[in-house]
Design a protein around this ligand. Sequence first.
Ligand SMILES: Nc1ncnc2c1ncn2[C@@H]1O[C@H](COP(=O)(O)OP(=O)(O)OP(=O)(O)O)[C@@H](O)[C@H]1O
Ligand SMILES: [Mg+2]
Length: 458
Amino acid sequence: MKEKYAILIVDDEKLQRESLAGFLKKSGYQTYTAAGVDQAISIVSEKQIEIIFSDFMMGEKSGFDLLNEIRQLNPEISVIIMTAFGTIQDAVAAMKAGAFDYLTKPIDLDEVEILIQRALELRHLTRENKELRERLRDKHKLSGIITSSSVMAETLSLAARAANSRASVLIQGESGTGKELIARAIHQTSPRADKPMVTINCAAIPENLLESELFGHEKGSFTGAVQQKSGRVEEADGGTLFLDEAGDIPLSVQVKLLRFLQFGEFQRVGGNTVHKVDVRLISATNRDLPTMIKENTFREDFYYRLNVINITVPPLRQRKEDIPLLIDFFIQKYARENQKAVNRLTSGALDVLMKYDFPGNVRELENIIERSVVLSREELIARTDLPLTISSAINGRGAGQIPIDYYSGSLNDRVAAFERDLIERALKEHNFNQSRAAEALGLSERNLRYKLQKYGMK
Ligand SMILES: Nc1ncnc2c1ncn2[C@@H]1O[C@H](COP(=O)(O)OP(=O)(O)OP(=O)(O)O)[C@@H](O)[C@H]1O
Ligand SMILES: [Mg+2]
């Protein structure tokens, strides 16, 4: 089996390279020899080489040159540097330059065999890892996103295609629709997945500090800048910068970001050196940027830079077929987290949720399920385990009347359900005239209005 591994020995002394090659050949490896860096490079570009043993000092070019060229050509090759006894500094320098390991001459052959085994093992692991990642990427599946709806499938297919490019992506959608989740998935399936994704919540950072957070500052550039600080864009070098709540970026910072997007260049606050980084930008917002442009609170040129690829995430009420799937997913998640035996919803409870509008989208559904799992006493989540505001919201809209259940749930919930029912009846009896309904209930009109609001009734 060993002969499928090829080892290249580079040494300007013929005797040295031939004796090591002879030993390795006898051990069963396929071997090549080269007398210098240039010859070594030409062999590497033609043959599939696994491991290189290279002398350090070889005429004009050194082991450093070899390491540099190999890194460009094929970084998967493990290079082992052989140095003369007593030149440990060379060995350290070679390790820093990316050598796999080093040997001191005279060479200990047992050590050679151990190093080869280690190098092959590492190679095997990195290969496996790479294949796994490629397979995941190829599936064009964005991880952790639960959906079965066709509108979302389109959105995700666009996201998967966007992932392969470095074009700026703007993700728009209502609050809680999964914008951040999609941004993360784009980064994770992009060729930049190995590098960081740096997230900045532009709404959470005070206006006067956002520029410094992004680009860093020089010492003394403003009160409080006691030390030089590098910016988050530098952290994101080679990776992705995610600007969350991008609609909240103040105009002054939009100008700076625009320049950054055009040229990849920036200056720290209070500094005049120009820095350059390679960053892919994803931004997200639930605000209506075109309207903000009309109102002069968002720059049009900046908008076009952000919005090269536009991904609009539909609200949950426009993809109700996702509700049951998400419910299952969240029940499992929170049952595990809370060590509860809950595993499903009664059909009554599902019915209520299917009729609800979810102004807070997936996040609201997730919160509802978490709360219900925590509060449930049985394996089933019943309608009465759901927050009362939901049934009220549905009834208030007059859609799908749900009979009120006074006989289960907490006392507070039951009393509230009863109260809500009585108010509704009184209103109907009096043709929705609030002052007469209030009189019939023995309430002040103001108190009735308060209760209507509390129960989300119109
Ligand atoms: N399709 C989905 N599958 C599984 N979980 C989801 C899905 N969509 C959203 N979530 C979950 O819902 C929550 C809200 O999602 P996220 O934070 O991505 O929303 P957002 O659009 O960024 O919201 P906001 O505008 O409020 O910042 C998160 O916990 C996320 O994991
Ligand atoms: Mg978000």
